[in-house]
Write a protein that binds this ligand. Structure first.
Ligand code: PEP
Ligand code: MG
Length: 324
């Protein structure tokens, strides 16, 4: 696997029929950053800001946060980085945060819900990000948004911090793009209201599958029960591609799905052109891309979506075998 990824690092990420695909890295710790250059990634598609919080014993103050984010931007150079605000709660707990004893942590007080209920925490994080990105490009997104109004409230908190930056006579980011994670199915039904407010959307397929099928992502009993390559999931993804394209909103996917070659192939068939994945996946995914005729796959995938199968995996696997 390692050899394959070394060999593909310098090759273009373009399908056989000439469609470029942007490959981005998922990261969370400073030690992940060398992968950005080792993989030849186009940037960091998901920087999970909660990871550096999780490995500490105390809550990091704004200055410490700023230092971390600035290092990430320094290391990335002119490659774009998408920072996701704190996504704690659910399966991600902080050692210095009280255990709430929630009955359903995955459906509990987590991510942007905490950010909006404890705005001081969100404000400090946004302040640190703005400090780090002063005069540079900044891409920000909010996790686990279920309602448009939650996005708008989070955006307002960001605007407050932008005003404060101005008062402090600090340069704002050169370019600021604000987006949302698509992880909660309710948001799928608010696209008309949502799309005009966002610059980009990133699908969190780990959580979207979990909530779409009401199936715990960490429960081994349910591991293979529902498939990312199901008609339901792929229909949702296909719809998002169409809607984002029509609205001029950039779309990517940063769940583990993008790291598996067959699943990534299905994403290209749905129309995705930006995928964000773990570092070990680059070689295999790029090899798949370079052998894929996406113009042939796309109509084939469309023709599968109305089938009754619980999974379209076998059909897609057969396609992959027949088409190199
Ligand atoms: C996801 O839910 O797919 C995602 C990328 O976020 P996380 O895995 O950090 O919950
Ligand atoms: Mg998630």
């Amino acid at each position: 696997r390692k050899r394959e990824f070394a060999a593909t690092r310098l090759l273009d990420s373009v399908t056989r029929d000439g469609i470029p695909v942007r490959l981005m890295l998922n990261a969370g710790l400073l030690i992940d950053l060398p992968h950005l250059h080792a993989t030849g990634a186009d940037g960091i598609g998901l920087y999970r800001t909660e990871i550096p919080f999780m490995v500490r014993h105390t809550y990091p103050d704004t200055a410490i946060q700023k230092e971390t984010y600035a290092k990430v931007l320094d290391e990335a150079g002119d490659k774009p980085v998408t920072f996701r605000t704190l996504d704690v709660g659910g399966d991600k707990t902080l050692p210095y945060f009280p255990d709430l004893g929630e009955e359903n942590p995955a459906l509990g007080w987590r991510a942007i819900r905490i950010g909006l209920d404890r705005p001081a925490m969100l404000r400090k994080q946004l302040r640190a990000l703005l400090w780090a990105a002063s005069g540079r490009d900044l891409r920000l997104m909010f996790p686990m948004v279920a309602e448009v109004s939650e996005f708008i409230r989070a955006r307002r908190v960001l605007d407050l911090e932008l005003r404060r930056l101005e008062q402090d006579k600090m340069a704002p980011p050169r370019d600021l793009k604000v987006g949302v994670m698509m992880e909660v199915p309710a948001l799928l039904f608010q696209l008309d209201a949502l799309l005009p407010h966002i610059d980009f959307m990133s699908v969190g397929s780990n959580d979207l599958l979990q909530y779409l099928f009401a199936s715990d992502r960490g429960n081994p009993m349910l591991n293979n029960r529902y498939d990312l390559l199901s008609p339901a999931m792929l229909t949702v993804l296909r719809m998002l591609v169409r809607r984002c394209e029509a609205a001029g909103v950039q779309l990517s996917l940063c769940g583990e799905m993008a790291s598996r070659p067959l699943d990534a192939m299905a994403l290209l068939g749905c129309g995705f052109r930006t995928l964000s994945m773990s570092p070990g996946a680059f070689g295999e995914v790029k090899t798949m891309i370079r052998s894929l005729d996406v113009g042939v796959l796309q109509p084939f995938l469309d023709s599968l979506l109305n089938r009754q199968d619980r999974s379209l995996r076998q059909h897609l696997l057969a396609f992959a075998r027949d088409h190199g």
